[in-house]
Design a protein around this ligand. Structure first.
Ligand code: HEM
Length: 370
């Protein structure tokens, strides 16, 4: 196994335990990358100012640099450091934090009507909820979710030519949508009406909210359904006490993360995780391995709803830590409650599944198995 195919392996956790046994940062000569897998090392890399989200020589991946998808990518706070990261973050983080949990729950209920196929619903619902909170009119939500999925494909090194072309089309459509007249919502007003240092960064970062939501939240919902199918006693507990749904998705996020790894690119020679790394080096930060580090979470291989002081690395840490964590957990918890209310029988069809191809996302695909 490699740390890249581990993301979609049936059970990568014994392999990750082996990675953690290696000291601090460890060089994988086959992949040509450093690996960080212990909680302490993962935190150190994500906090280090010379470990950047993009390689210095390639701020936008060459494959998309010339098109509309590249123009959006170039302004995403997720893909920038310095002012181009700080300024959007200063607006977006408090706007997401101020979201009302009840509004999110109501949106999940409203938009789950006519659920349809599980795979399609898992991807469509989270993006539709965030788009709805951003003021996208109801009749455009379906298309917005489809366009977001097309745009997200360009972020994966596995995408083919056709997917890259579709991502360009989707990026221009989404840009147009956010430039048009949208319904005034609290979230939209908070983001739009704040003074932006670079007004050209507003729309790309609204698209960024949709694209960051898309696969990760689908993965969290899917991995929670898998857990419920494997442990029917959890279904009973959550049905009896629905408030446990948030603890359920939080523990799934730790135990079987939808985002298994992220990357950092070294900008200048420095020491991190007890090793000297050179400018140009790549570090694979194995978040899912850190989640199971016994130094961060006692008895890490036990799935515990009531885990005290749960430490979850799935949302990153440091400057780029996910500002959508609370929203994602709330959204996924409400989505799971909808399944249990509307169609608990789907859990029977969840036992057999594969994963969508990915080098870092762990997203179950339920229709893949006959
Ligand atoms: C289960 C769902 C989610 C997971 C596991 C997740 C995970 C992550 C991770 C690991 C990062 C940091 C990546 C890195 O540092 O390399 C991140 C960043 C980010 N996430 Fe999430 N995310 C989720 C949902 C969301 C949602 C719902 C939103 C917003 C509506 C969101 C918005 C963002 C943004 C804007 C960033 C970039 C932050 C920055 O660069 O400062 N995420 N997310």
């Amino acid at each position: 196994m490699t740390p890249l195919d581990a993301a979609t392996h049936a059970d990568p956790y014994a392999y990750y335990a082996g990675l953690r046994r290696a000291d601090g940062l460890h060089f994988d000569a086959d992949l040509g990358m450093w690996l960080a897998s212990r909680a302490q090392t993962v935190e150190a890399v994500l906090a280090h100012p010379e470990c950047r989200v993009r390689p210095l020589h390639e701020p936008v991946p060459c494959a998309i640099a010339q098109g509309a998808a590249g123009q959006v990518f170039a302004r995403l706070m997720r893909m920038n450091e310095g002012a181009a990261h700080r300024c959007p973050r200063a607006v977006i983080e408090p706007a997401l934090a101020a979201l009302n949990a009840r509004h999110v729950a109501d949106a999940v209920t409203q938009l789950s009507a006519g659920m349809g196929g599980l795979d399609e619903w898992m991807f469509r619902l989270p993006v539709s909820v965030v788009a709805h909170l951003l003021g996208v009119p109801d009749e455009q939500l379906h298309n917005t979710a489809a366009l977001t999925r097309d745009f997200v494909a360009c972020l994966s090194p596995l995408s083919n030519e056709k997917q890259l072309r579709n991502a360009d089309f989707a990026a221009s459509q989404l840009q147009q949508m956010f430039s048009g007249v949208l319904e005034e919502t609290v979230l939209f007003a908070r983001i739009r009406n704040t003074r932006w240092e670079d007004a050209r960064a507003v729309n790309p970062n609204l698209i960024g909210l949709l694209s960051q939501t898309c696969e990760a939240t689908a993965g969290l919902i899917g991995n929670t359904l898998v857990m419920l199918a494997r442990r029917p006693e959890l279904v009973e507990r959550v049905q009896r006490t629905p408030t446990l749904a948030t603890a359920l998705v939080a523990e799934v996020a730790r135990y079987d993360s939808p985002v298994q790894n992220t990357r950092r690119f070294v900008a200048a020679r420095c020491t991190v995780g007890g090793r000297i790394v050179e400018a140009g080096d790549t570090i694979l930060v194995v978040l899912a391995a850190a989640n199971r580090d016994p130094d961060a979470n006692p008895d890490p291989d036990d799935f515990q709803l009531e885990r005290l002081q749960r430490r979850v690395f799935s949302f990153g840490s440091g400057n780029h830590q996910c500002p959508g964590q609370a929203l994602a957990l709330n959204l996924a918890a409400q989505a799971i409650l909808e399944v249990l209310r509307r169609q608990p029988s789907v859990l029977a069809s969840v036992a057999n599944f594969g994963y969508w191809p990915s080098l870092n996302g762990r997203i179950p695909r339920f229709d893949a198995v006959p």
